[in-house]
Design a protein around this ligand. Structure first.
Ligand SMILES: Cc1cc2nc3c(=O)[nH]c(=O)nc-3n(C[C@H](O)[C@H](O)[C@H](O)COP(=O)(O)O)c2cc1C
Length: 158
């Protein structure tokens, strides 16, 4: 097995949740990107991080924005996760979105939302690490299970 494959496989042993990062484009549409590199970073100040691949078509669209919203997906949102992981417009239908008071584009049905201001972009190999300052965070009133990702595929809670 080549080194690259071995590394991917080893990374894949780390089970994660799945989030969609949403932003507003200059025309006012909401764009989404499926990501599993999300992590909580700091409580005080409140910081989160996630990584964007340098070869993503979304690079320029994220470079142009100073805000994003992190939406933690529920197990019911696998289809939306797949849709926002396909190259293309990454445009979300208005029916999926609720704007927060601070202008964050929140995905309906997500388990939690973090409205963030871009605090830092750090070049790191073939990705850019986005650090977000969390201006607002909340949990949805749902007992739905999370969408999980493990060994290159979706997984359920054991
Ligand atoms: C479960 C899952 C997790 C992903 N995590 C990331 C990630 O952390 N960072 C990233 O840049 N892309 C990630 N992707 C891939 C992007 O969603 C995908 O490359 C992108 O949507 C492809 O279109 P683009 O070239 O327009 O970006 C992930 C995809 C899936 C299905």
């Amino acid at each position: 097995m080549n080194k690259h494959r071995a590394l991917r496989n080893a990374f894949g042993q780390f089970g994660t949740g799945v989030v969609i990062i949403t932003i507003t484009d200059p025309k006012g549409s909401t764009l989404g990107l499926t990501v599993n590199s999300f992590s909580s970073v700091s409580l005080d100040p409140p910081l989160v991080s996630w990584c964007l691949a340098n070869d993503s078509d979304m690079m320029t669209r994220f470079a142009d924005t100073d805000r994003f919203c992190v939406n933690i997906l529920s197990a019911e949102q696998e289809e939306l996760s797949n849709a926002m992981a396909r190259p293309g417009t990454h445009e979300l239908e208005p029916g999926h979105i609720l704007a927060s008071a601070s202008g964050g584009k929140r995905l309906l049905g997500a388990l939690a939302h973090f409205d963030c201001r871009v605090q830092e972009r750090i070049k790191a190999g073939d990705h850019i690490i986005y650090i977000g300052y969390v201006e607002n965070a909340d949990c949805a009133e749902t007992q739905n299970a999370p969408l999980l990702y493990f060994r290159g595929g979706y997984a359920g809670l054991a």
